[in-house]
Design a protein around this ligand. Structure first.
Ligand code: AVI
Length: 320
């Protein structure tokens, strides 16, 4: 990353923290979890016994990615939104017999790691990284223009968005993927809330450390003096909104500085840091259709924990 990009991202973080902590209901957007330390902690979360999504989705991909390849047809360009997760990408790219792989990420660091990891696993694959914000429709490299593409969006990252933002994102994917777009997407399912709460509040405290790292990051990057011992991790199922929420709750009245401002939280007040929506299958279909996708097939595990979907876009005729 160039230093001017770093400065821009830092300003963006400072603005988001000032805005979020100035509200009556305090928030820091979840996208700021993923500095290097946060990304390492997230990797550790994916291996926890309570965190079922990653291993369930991996098993679904192992079992069904070849079928996705058969239905969508071989020789597609695989476009991954978000840097490749080292475990899932090679399995998918190989199973669909991809002609090329285009990882898209806003972070040049993550992209470099993803491309290097994949070229070691699949040395003959044509890899064309794109550093861009994929939440808006973007132009892909000229060499893949006009070729048939399949988007890959695993991990139920879609669940971290509001429903409206999820529809906008899925619409942007459809436009980015050209005239005959396909999408393979992992979506976590609604289930017994106790299982979900355990997945977001593990016994080893890794998710708590992941959540608290956000405050540590404010201290490191924005000259903050937040006393971390005045906050604890909460993970709460919100049944009305079908989502697990993560908060950082003040355990006493606390005053601190960050990004040049002073903030105050009362004992028990929280900073809302993340939503992770869980869907019913019927809701995944509504989501697909609202964004101009046609659900083709889906697969779930034996316990109905997680779902893997194959959708097809309506072709070039569809309105953005
Ligand atoms: C990245 N995302 C899909 C994860 C999730 O499950 O919502 C982030 C996460 N937060 C806590 N644990 C995992």
């Amino acid at each position: 990353m160039t230093s001017s990009t770093e400065t821009l991202l830092k300003d963006d973080f400072a603005d988001a923290v000032i805005e979020g902590l100035s509200q009556r209901r305090k928030v820091i957007p979840a996208r700021y979890f993923y500095d290097r330390k946060g990304s390492e902690l997230f990797e550790a979360i994916t291996a926890l016994p309570e965190y079922y999504p990653t291993r369930t989705e991996t098993a679904l991909l192992d079992a069904h990615a070849p079928e996705i390849g058969r239905i969508a047809g071989p020789g597609k360009v695989v476009v991954e939104f978000g840097s490749g997760s080292s475990m899932k990408t090679p399995v998918f790219v190989e199973a669909v017999r991809a002609a090329a792989y285009v990882p898209i990420d806003i972070s040049a660091d993550f992209l470099r790691d993803a491309a290097a990891g994949l070229s070691r696993a699949l040395p003959d694959l044509d890899i064309l990284p794109v550093a861009a914000d994929f939440t808006k429709p973007i132009a892909l490299p000229r060499s893949v223009e006009g070729r048939s593409m399949i988007g890959f969006f695993p991990g139920s990252t879609i669940g971290n968005l509001s429903h409206a933002a999820a529809v906008d994102l899925l619409r942007a994917f459809r436009i980015t993927l050209g005239a005959d777009p396909w999408l393979a997407i992992g979506i976590d399912l609604r289930k017994n809330p106790r299982l979900i709460e355990a997945a977001y509040d593990d016994a080893a405290g890794v998710t708590a450390a992941f959540n608290l790292n956000l405050l540590a990051r404010v201290n490191r990057e924005l000259g903050g003096d937040i006393p971390l011992d005045a906050f604890e991790h909460h993970a709460v199922w919100n049944d009305d909104l079908g989502r697990i929420e993560m908060h950082l709750a003040a355990t006493r009245d606390v005053r601190f500085h960050a990004a040049g401002e002073t903030f105050f939280l009362r004992d028990g007040e929280t900073i809302h840091t993340e939503n992770s929506h869980k869907y019913m299958i019927e809701e995944t279909r509504l989501l697909a259709r609202a964004a101009g996708w046609q659900p083709i097939r889906y697969w779930t595990d034996a316990r109905d924990l997680f779902s893997l979907h194959l959708w097809r876009g309506g072709g070039g005729a569809m309105e953005p």
